[in-house]
Write a protein of this length. Structure first.
Length: 448
């Protein structure tokens, strides 16, 4: 059987193709793995609330801070329900290589192996051609993946900050989660996903989370149009202190995002944590130096944006590369994302309010491609594939193919969904509401 290494569930060396006996007797839960995954789940949830909420909230104008915080908090609540009802089933049930089925709707069957308060491991993809034995309860795995499903649409909101109706956001979030996030996550992370099948590797979500969110954000920014006063009014951030706190929470929470994607308390998780720290610091320095050289002043907004760019770029590579590769990926991400968020945006004229595309889209693409360059084989080696997956031109091409199909599906379906939502409830607030501020216009509240 062809070895496929492309998802958090198969990132740890302890996870291997299950022998036939595993179907009858799944392994006992490993308490160390479970403890780490419970911790990682909490860390990733913290990335959205309060991390991303504060990061984005600190970068908008005072009249839109509460509305921006509300978007992240509401998405957390909405996606929790959507994931429980259908998202998990569509993503991680076996189904076809393109989408899961509805066998796990309402988390059907999740309590099948619980007796007297004790749970056992489960087999992901049981009955498929590529089953994977897990050493944590399925409830923990489901929750860990839920936090990824939560933060992805929340990231999109940075691209259209200050101008989307809250009702439109709620409807769009549900549809996008089911029709864009779930299929792409299934392609990449299901045991039989077709993108994983052609050999693409994504340790913690470069394609599934960041390219997906970045492209959707760019499409949304183009469909909604520019903010009122863009290019003429002062759109400076209200409170960069909030943004620094948010970025710091994102950085710490990202260890759950990346190291947690080893799905175990093991050496792979340790390496993913190390590469995450190194790439993030390198990207922050890279952005800072590029901005300093170009404008004469290194800004607070710049260094925290660079750090986030590094976190994004290392995500697909975290468990595949060594520290040296992480350093290069981080430095490249800091410099390239800086120019994407400034020069590229200004040259093309789109209003990506908080640089969701410039940081997440561009950083995700860069990280996914460089994973194919710097992957170190022994980190992904198994008994079935002793050499693991190493960086090469062939792997770079495979990564580029995965990036391409993600961009196409996300862009086309996101555009269609936005047009449907616009027809149903309208996408954009009125000019009067936008000038008044979304805090009062949509929620009847304001920061005094």
């Amino acid at each position: 059987m062809l070895f496929r290494k492309a998802a958090p569930w198969c990132a740890a060396p302890v996870l291997a193709a299950a022998p036939s006996a595993a179907f009858a007797a799944p392994p006992a839960v490993d308490t160390g793995d479970t403890a780490w995954m419970l911790t990682s789940t909490a860390l990733v949830l913290m990335m959205t609330i309060p991390g991303l909420a504060l990061f984005y909230g600190g970068m908008v104008r005072k009249k839109n801070v509460l509305a921006t915080l509300m978007q992240s908090f509401a998405i957390c609540c909405i996606i929790t329900i959507v994931w429980m009802v259908a998202g998990y089933s569509l993503t991680f049930s076996t189904g076809t290589p393109y989408i899961g089925d509805l066998s796990r709707v309402m988390l059907n069957g999740i309590g099948a192996h619980i007796a007297k308060g004790a749970d056992i491991g489960f087999t992901l993809g049981q009955g498929s051609s590529n089953p994977t034995v897990m050493t944590i309860p399925e409830s923990v795995y489901m929750m860990f993946q839920m936090t990824f499903a939560i933060i992805t649409p929340a990231l999109i909101t940075g691209a259209f900050a200050d101008r989307m109706k809250f009702s439109a956001l709620c409807v769009f979030t549900v549809l996008w989660s089911l029709l864009v996030y779930a299929p792409i996550a299934h392609w990449v992370w299901s045991p039989i996903g077709w993108v994983a099948g052609f050999g693409a590797i994504d340790f913690a979500g470069g394609t599934v989370v960041h390219i997906n969110a970045g492209i959707a954000g760019l499409v949304a920014a183009l469909v909604l149009g520019k903010r009122h006063g863009y290019g003429t009014d002062d759109l400076a951030p209200f409170n960069l202190t909030y943004a620094v706190i948010g970025a710091s929470l994102l950085w710490v929470g990202w260890f759950g995002f990346n190291a947690g994607s080893a799905v175990g308390s093991n050496g792979r998780a340790g390496m993913a944590m190390a590469t995450t720290q190194i790439a993030t610091a390198a990207a922050a320095v890279g952005w800072m130096v590029a901005e300093w050289a170009r404008t004469g002043k290194p800004t607070v907004l710049g260094i925290i944006s660079g750090a986030v760019a590094g976190l994004v770029a290392i995500t697909p590579a975290a468990g595949f590369v060594l520290p040296g590769g992480a350093l290069v990926i981080g430095l490249a991400a800091g410099v390239i994302c800086y120019f994407a968020a400034t020069s590229l945006k200004h040259a093309l004229g789109y209003d990506d309010s908080l640089d969701a595309f410039g940081v997440h889209g561009v950083g995700g693409i860069l990280g996914a491609l460089l994973t194919g360059v710097f992957a170190y084989g022994p980190l992904s080696a198994t008994d079935a594939n002793p050499a693991g997956i190493s960086g090469s031109f062939a792997q770079f091409v495979i990564q580029a193919k995965a990036v391409g199909v993600t961009i196409v599906w996300c862009a086309v379906v996101t555009f269609i969904l936005l047009k449907i939502v616009d027809l149903a409830v309208g996408l954009r607030v009125s000019s009067e509401q936008e000038q008044e501020g979304l805090d009062m216009a949509l929620h009847g509240e304001r920061i005094s």
